[in-house]
Design a protein around this ligand. Structure first.
Ligand code: BGC
Length: 750
């Protein structure tokens, strides 16, 4: 057996202080260079094979078995002593062989802390995943990912449970804010950019939650029913695109069942689609509490049990050892789990770039990254009579509601990032999981006051509608802030704003025509007052610099350029499921959710049913105007190209999001049109830029389950250059495509 020299043993596993606070004390692994698998001229595969050969069975079992990084009080379980306190997870390493431990942290908006209290890690939070998707800006998503990945690494973590790409099938889903909207191309592309950013720090990123994990009600038990072709053209396509564009080190299988089988023991999802069809070579980790068996899970493709304390039993510990011994799980399967985990650790740099001892975080610089993301994700939904940007001569401004005097809202659950400076609004319900409700201490009011020093700004809590209305009536303009808190395990009960906020906004709009609504919501909400108010700005959950970002958009320091990554329904009756399936009061209830809409999600559903949403997917206003010219499209060398020029015809600089949709004139798709490409173009007044885009041919075909191919019909296709999915004035041209077949990965075979 291979043995490291004493000197090497001495450096592996030393303790060090990991920056900002004492909660970060943890063991750090040190690079060992004198051993065969540390030879960086070898491939990750070769290195993994070399170290795997040296491992004992017990050592192998350590790497497939994850611990929770925090106490589990309700089970009376203490955290693993080597885990980073209040973190998501810990997987032991093998110091004898220099194999680093895995330190896992949530999640997509930054470095989270499990539970709050005096030990919360204070870190930078990005705006929500929905907001990043609303930027339609891949470079920004990369930079945002790079920033939170850097904070993860500086906090001692080498695995970040980030890259949430579940499509929004259910606008009331409590986790929509963690995800990237309703379109497979947009969501997959933006999340891929974020993962690339995270992984640029030698941190493994985890794409989640695989798959069709679309609501929180009944999340541990519900059975998502959907056919293969529909899934491949929607939820799975988003995952596939994200994997192809970013090669995430791991994929997290979800809580729900899919067509009767739990996702983490689902041969179809894990072995057939992910590993065989897509050729994924990373590892599959379970969600915390999503492992339900040893033999079925192992043989059907699960590579690592996470947070075993949440499961009914430590399935991948002694039971797995026994299952391998008695042949129920082949040794080759265990070795393949290890190969996947080790290969990924080599490939992403966990061996070569151990988490550092000296890890300061440049919080000031990171605050700006968060701010830019929040600014670019904000969507100006309505702006009558150019009420925004706020006119410099305004004298009396009323700011009303949602604690806009002190902070901005964030979403709850495992992704919760605790801000520097602490929660701006303490004591709100729910105080316990998936709470506490956290307001980042970035005050919109104070920031607006800084940009509008001449104005007299008054704040009213909005709890007494009469008092708020009186203030509104005597103000030049009203900025009413409205919030909707959602979180993991906690779907919105309806699409309406909670806590009587619709009544408040209606009353304010009646008192003052210049009423501007600023929304801080996890996803879409209904707006019964939309015709009465002047403007609406969707700010989502805007992160730790959110107050500043909101102010800068309202005053025109920043020209809004976000576009909706989801459709906003006019009412629940327009949804595929007007009433959410399941009963939130009965979390153990087993029930089916039939995704009868198949791949017809979001704008595709609205188009197919001839419904007019409140705001269409892709919609977003600007303080300037853009014109399109020179629009052309052709199919050449098995590629569909689209070209056009965008001109800023207004008076201020801005960023446009031209969107290309395709619609077949013959043959049936799941919907009249699909988004096939877009760009984000920054332009000074009067400036023009030409744009050239190529279309992923899968988006022009229908998936055929029998042959595992994408079939493109010979037909004329309308190529549409639009400002949103609801753009009735969009220019279109027709392109003829020959019949062709693409393999499952989208490569042309015929
Ligand atoms: C969530 C995951 C998260 C994990 C670890 C689970 O409850 O579903 O998204 O990564 O906890 O905190």
């Amino acid at each position: 057996m291979f043995k490291l020299k004493i000197s090497v043993l001495a450096v592996a596993g030393i303790l060090c202080t990991a920056s900002a606070n004492s909660a970060d004390l943890h063991p750090v692994n040190t690079v060992v260079t004198s051993i065969p698998w540390m030879n960086t001229s070898l491939t990750a595969d070769q290195r993994a094979d070399l170290v795997l050969k040296e491992m004992t069975q017990d050592e192998k079992l350590k790497l497939v078995f994850g611990h929770f990084g925090s106490e589990l009080a309700w089970k009376n379980l203490k955290m693993h002593p080597a885990a980073i306190p209040h973190s998501a997870g810990y997987v032991e390493g093998v110091p004898r062989l220099g194999i680093p431990a895995q330190f896992e942290t949530d999640a997509g908006v930054g470095v989270a802390t499990q539970g709050s209290g005096p030990t919360a890690r204070e870190r930078t939070s990005l705006s929500s995943g929905m907001s990043t998707a609303a930027s339609w800006n891949q470079k920004l998503a990369f930079k945002s990912g790079a920033m939170i990945g850097a904070e993860a690494r500086a906090s001692g973590f080498n695995v970040m449970l980030a890259g949430g790409v579940n499509l929004m099938r259910e606008p009331r889903n409590g986790r929509n804010f963690e995800y990237a909207g309703e379109d497979p191309l947009l969501a997959g592309t933006i999340v891929a950019a974020q993962i690339n950013g995270i992984q640029s720090n030698h941190v493994i990123s985890t794409l989640k939650h695989y798959a069709v994990n679309s609501q929180e009600t009944g999340r541990f038990t519900l059975n998502a029913k959907i056919d293969d072709a529909s899934a491949r053209m929607s939820d799975l396509l988003a995952m596939q695109i994200a994997i192809e564009k970013s090669d995430p080190g791991s994929v997290m299988c979800s809580y729900n069942r899919l067509n009767g089988v739990y996702a983490c023991e689902n041969d179809y999802l894990l072995n057939q689609v992910l590993k065989a069809d897509w050729g994924y070579h990373g590892y599959v980790m379970s969600d915390w509490g999503a492992t339900h068996s040893t033999v079925a899970a192992a043989n059907n493709g699960l590579d690592q049990e996470s947070g075993w304390e949440f499961d009914a039993s430590p399935y991948f510990s002694g039971a797995l050892k026994e299952a391998v011994t008695n042949g129920a799980v082949p040794q080759a399967r265990l070795d393949n789990m290890l190969k996947r985990i080790l290969r990924t650790m080599f490939d992403k740099g966990l061996f070569d770039y151990p988490v550092p001892k000296d890890n300061t975080i440049d919080f000031a610089a990171h605050a700006l990254v968060s701010q830019y993301g929040a600014e670019e994700g904000m969507v100006l939904l309505k702006n009558d009579a150019n009420v925004l940007p706020l006119h410099k001569d305004l004298k009396k401004i009323a700011i009303i509601g949602s604690h806009a005097d002190v902070g901005v809202l964030s979403g709850g659950g495992s992704s919760q990032v605790y801000p520097i400076g602490g929660n701006a609004v303490k004591g709100l319900e729910p105080a316990a999981w998936p709470g506490p409700v956290v307001y980042h201490p970035s005050s919109p009011l104070k920031a607006i006051q800084r940009y509008m020093p001449q104005a007299q700004i008054s704040y009213d809590t909005g709890t007494d509608i009469k008092a708020a209305t009186a203030l509104a009536a005597q103000s030049d303009i009203v900025l009413v802030f409205a919030t909707q808190w959602i979180g993991e395990a906690n779907d919105a009960v309806s699409l309406s704003l909670p806590s009587n906020q619709d009544a408040l906004i209606t009353a304010l709009a009646a008192a003052n025509k210049k009423t501007v609504v600023v929304l801080e919501t996890g996803g879409p909400v209904t707006m019964p007052w939309i015709n009465q108010v002047a403007s609406v700005l969707e700010a989502w959950y805007p992160g730790t610099s959110g107050g500043e970002a909101i102010a800068r958009v309202l005053v025109g320091e920043v020209n809004p350029s976000g576009h909706l990554p989801v459709s906003f329904a006019a009412s629940e009756s327009q949804l595929p499921r007007p009433v959410l399936d399941g009963d939130p009061a009965k979390p153990d209830q087993r029930f089916d959710v039939s995704y009868h809409e198949g791949a017809t999600i979001g704008y595709k559903w609205f188009d197919a049913k001839g419904l007019k949403p409140l705001f269409a997917f892709g919609h977003g206003l600007s303080y300037t105007k853009f014109a399109y010219s020179g629009f052309s499209s052709k199919y050449i060398n098995n590629t569909m190209q689209v070209k056009f020029t965008v001109t800023n015809t207004g008076k201020v600089a801005g960023k446009d999001v031209p969107q290309v949709y395709v619609s077949p004139t013959a043959g049936k798709w799941e919907a009249p049109k699909r988004l096939v490409a877009w760009d984000k173009v920054e332009l000074l007044p009067g400036e023009s830029k030409s744009v050239s885009l190529n279309v992923d041919l899968r988006l022009l075909g229908m998936y055929d389950s029998k042959t595992k191919t994408w079939q493109i019909n010979a037909a004329a296709y309308k190529v549409i250059l639009a400002r949103s999915a609801g753009d009735s004035d969009a220019a279109s041209i027709t392109v003829n495509l020959p019949a062709s077949s693409l393999n499952v990965l989208g490569k042309k075979i015929k």
